[in-house]
Design a binder for this molecule. Structure first.
Ligand SMILES: Nc1ncnc2c1ncn2[C@@H]1O[C@H](COP(=O)(O)OP(=O)(O)O)[C@@H](O)[C@H]1O
Ligand SMILES: [Mg+2]
Length: 228
């Protein structure tokens, strides 16, 4: 049973290596990290340093070469892909750097989908909650648009609404303000910290945005696959 004082994420000796044309490439090299529940963490570092890879491993989207990742008290390396998906679906929201919206679903349908996958909610309630989230990110007038008809910044906000709609215990976001103008960026940052305060959600954000990093409780810097 997960206690409130336990870290939501505990990483030990995490390594990620991939085969490439020249042999083996080490992307992450013995990462140790502990993240307290309800805190906000900014992951910063140069392009190519391994930030997105680390985020994917922490969220259970990818599997490590070696080392351990405990997410909400569960050892991810001991779970099957289906078990990891079930754990994610109940407790994790993820905003991808490339958004990854479903192209054949409208904005509203994209945001409703995680609620439908979770179950236990009527179609009408799911749609109402999704609509509320889209309004919060300033897209109340875009609910019927398909992703290809939305700008990059608008797609980013749909992706955020989709990540938040289940009220996840942990929100992972990969450069969440990367394609937003300053005003929208502020609104999205405010929304994330509102979730952090109101729901006790842990925020784990990869960012180049100095304002965003400054607002987080802690900053973790990666240099060439190692924690600085
Ligand atoms: N599946 C993969 N195969 C080969 N190289 C990869 C793979 N994933 C990431 N890399 C490489 O690992 C490094 C770190 O990538 P990434 O985690 O995306 O960095 P960041 O998000 O910090 O820009 C980069 O050099 C990238 O090209
Ligand atoms: Mg990246």
């Amino acid at each position: 049973m997960q206690k409130k004082t336990d870290p939501v994420i505990e990483v030990r000796g995490l390594c990620k290596r991939v085969k490439d044309a020249t042999g083996e490439l080490t992307i992450l090299d013995h990462i140790d990290l502990s993240i307290e529940g309800g805190s906000s963490v900014a992951i910063v570092g140069a392009s190519g340093s391994g930030k997105s890879t680390l985020l994917g491993l922490l969220a259970g989207l990818d599997s490590a070469t070696s080392g351990s990742v405990r997410l909400l008290g569960q050892e991810l390396t001991e779970l099957s892909e289906d078990e990891r998906a079930a754990l994610r679906n109940g407790s994790v929201g993820f905003v991808f750097q490339s958004f990854q919206l479903m192209p054949h679903l409208t904005a509203l349908e994209n945001v409703t989908l995680p609620l439908e996958l979770q179950g236990g909610i009527t179609t009408r309630d799911a749609a109402a909650r999704a609509r509320g989230l889209l309004e919060q990110v300033g897209l109340g007038q875009r609910t019927r648009h398909y992703p290809k008809l939305l700008s990059g910044g608008e797609q980013q906000r749909v992706a955020l609404a989709r990540a938040f709609v289940t009220h996840p215990a942990i929100l992972f976001a990969d450069e969440p303000t990367g394609s937003l103008d300053a005003a929208t960026g502020h609104a999205v940052i405010d929304l994330m910290f509102e979730m952090n305060r109101a729901n006790g959600a842990t925020l784990i954000l990869v960012t180049h945005d100095i304002e965003l990093a400054r607002r987080c409780d802690t900053t973790v810097t990666i240099e060439a696959g190692r924690l600085a």
